[in-house]
Design a protein around this ligand. Structure first.
Ligand SMILES: Cc1cc2nc3c(=O)[nH]c(=O)nc-3n(C[C@H](O)[C@H](O)[C@H](O)COP(=O)(O)O)c2cc1C
Ligand SMILES: C=C(O[C@@H]1CC(C(=O)O)=C[C@@H](OP(=O)(O)O)[C@H]1O)C(=O)O
Length: 365
């Protein structure tokens, strides 16, 4: 699968540029007979869409139109095509810098790869494209819920401020995160995070952080030996999100600092079944899910488009110049990235469940 398509059985192809007419996707391989409505998809899109005092000022409704594959509220098993119009495109700030390469964005690499680039916004590299993934991910998430698997996330860290979720249940984490503008369930940390984002914006700068996504109640046995291991597949899915610079599963990089006796999760009997006393593995051993919660963290870099002057090159004159990026940008990507990471994890898990034969191509009832 090259470039614009993700998945083996449950597959999504996205299309569209940030300043083009629309963005959208085609989901192929979704089982027939799944109850679905545009409201289910819209709910996820509303969580990702621009808006609010801590995000880009671009005003997009992100209303989804389902063009195919759904009839009388059920999936047909045929390709589901979805479209989201771009309604608030303003390319003027980009015209001024069309020959300058934005540090930290994909301007130079797209030019190096294709020799041509849509300079109106980030084109395909813009996170506008992630609206289409979230629409596809909403279907995957909804499908997983039907099989008792839940996916939820929150802002684990922003600008060096950590969120403490000790003692909170999955439901509590998700519910509290949704009520917070920064998507952090720990109200004290959330306040500090907001302050740091506002301060960065005031300085014409940006900040990064960490998104954590939890898969609750996944079946054991997901993941393929040897290369399409579940952790490898999830990392691939999440790394493909713009601005993600690192992925951890379970203890992640902390594992490198632990002893075997600390890191190994003791195997115990829980409710008459094999289970684990701790979850440093993040729910995956040998690339196969062990039935415990799957814990995924994504490191998100600070937004590249900032209004502080930066050094760059004019690729036409081949001279060094200073760039000041104007336009409408997120001072911190983390809160808006939460539903995007959830979407990519949902797509990976739904695909792995279909590969394992745990979700049939045709749903009954
Ligand atoms: C939800 C989300 C929102 C983003 N918002 C912006 C933004 O407003 N401005 C910007 O320059 N980059 C933004 N980005 C990041 C860029 O799209 C990304 O840094 C760029 O495509 C380069 O890719 P890379 O960071 O993966 O190397 C956003 C990313 C995500 C996931
Ligand atoms: C519009 C969205 O976010 C955009 C993500 C983005 C980027 O470079 O990633 C740049 C900005 O858009 P523009 O291309 O107009 O400069 C953000 O507003 C969106 O997420 O829907």
């Amino acid at each position: 699968m090259v470039g614009n398509t993700f998945g083996h059985i449950f597959r999504v192809t996205t299309w569209g540029e940030s300043h083009g007419k629309a963005v959208g996707c085609v989901v192929d391989g979704c089982p027939a007979g799944l109850d679905i409505s545009s409201e289910v998809i819209q709910r996820e899109l509303d969580r990702r869409k621009p808006g609010g005092r801590l995000a880009t000022k671009r005003k997009e409704e992100d209303k989804v139109e389902i063009l195919s594959g759904v009839f009388e509220g059920k999936t047909l098993g045929t390709p589901i095509s979805m479209l989201i119009w771009n309604k608030d495109v303003d390319s003027r700030p980009y015209e001024e810098i069309k020959d300058l390469l934005r540090p930290g964005h994909a301007d130079y690499t797209y030019l190096a790869k294709f020799g041509i680039r849509d300079w109106r916004g980030g084109g395909r590299a813009s996170a506008r494209e992630t609206a289409a993934r979230v629409a596809a991910g909403a279907i995957a998430k909804h499908l997983l819920a039907r099989f008792g698997v839940k996916v939820g996330g929150y802002a684990k860290e922003i600008a060096g401020v950590s969120c403490n979720v000790d003692g909170m249940s999955f439901e509590e984490i998700v519910e509290k995160a949704e009520k917070s503008d920064v998507r952090c369930p720990d109200s004290e940390a959330a306040k500090l995070m907001e302050e740091r984002i506002i301060e960065a914006r005031r300085e014409g700068d940006s900040v990064g952080g960490v998104v954590e996504v939890i898969v609750k109640n996944p079946p054991a046995g997901l993941g393929e030996p040897v290369f399409m291991k579940l952790d490898a597949y999830i990392a691939y899915a999440v790394m493909g999100i713009p601005a993600v610079k690192g992925v951890e599963i379970g203890a992640g990089f902390e594992a490198a600092r632990m002893k075997g006796s600390e890191h190994n999760d003791p195997i115990v009997i829980k409710n008459g079944r094999i289970g684990f006393a701790t979850n440093n593995a993040g729910g995956i051993l040998g690339g196969v899910s062990n039935g415990d919660d799957i814990i995924v963290r994504a490191a998100i870099k600070p937004t590249p488009s900032i209004s502080k002057p930066q050094r760059t090159v004019n690729f036409r004159t081949m001279k060094e110049e200073e760039i000041v990026v104007k336009g409408r940008h997120d001072p911190c990507i983390v809160p808006r990235a939460v539903p995007v990471v959830e979407a990519m994890v949902s797509l990976a898990i739904a695909d792995a469940m279909m590969l394992q034969g745990l979700i049939p191509r045709c749903l009954q009832g």
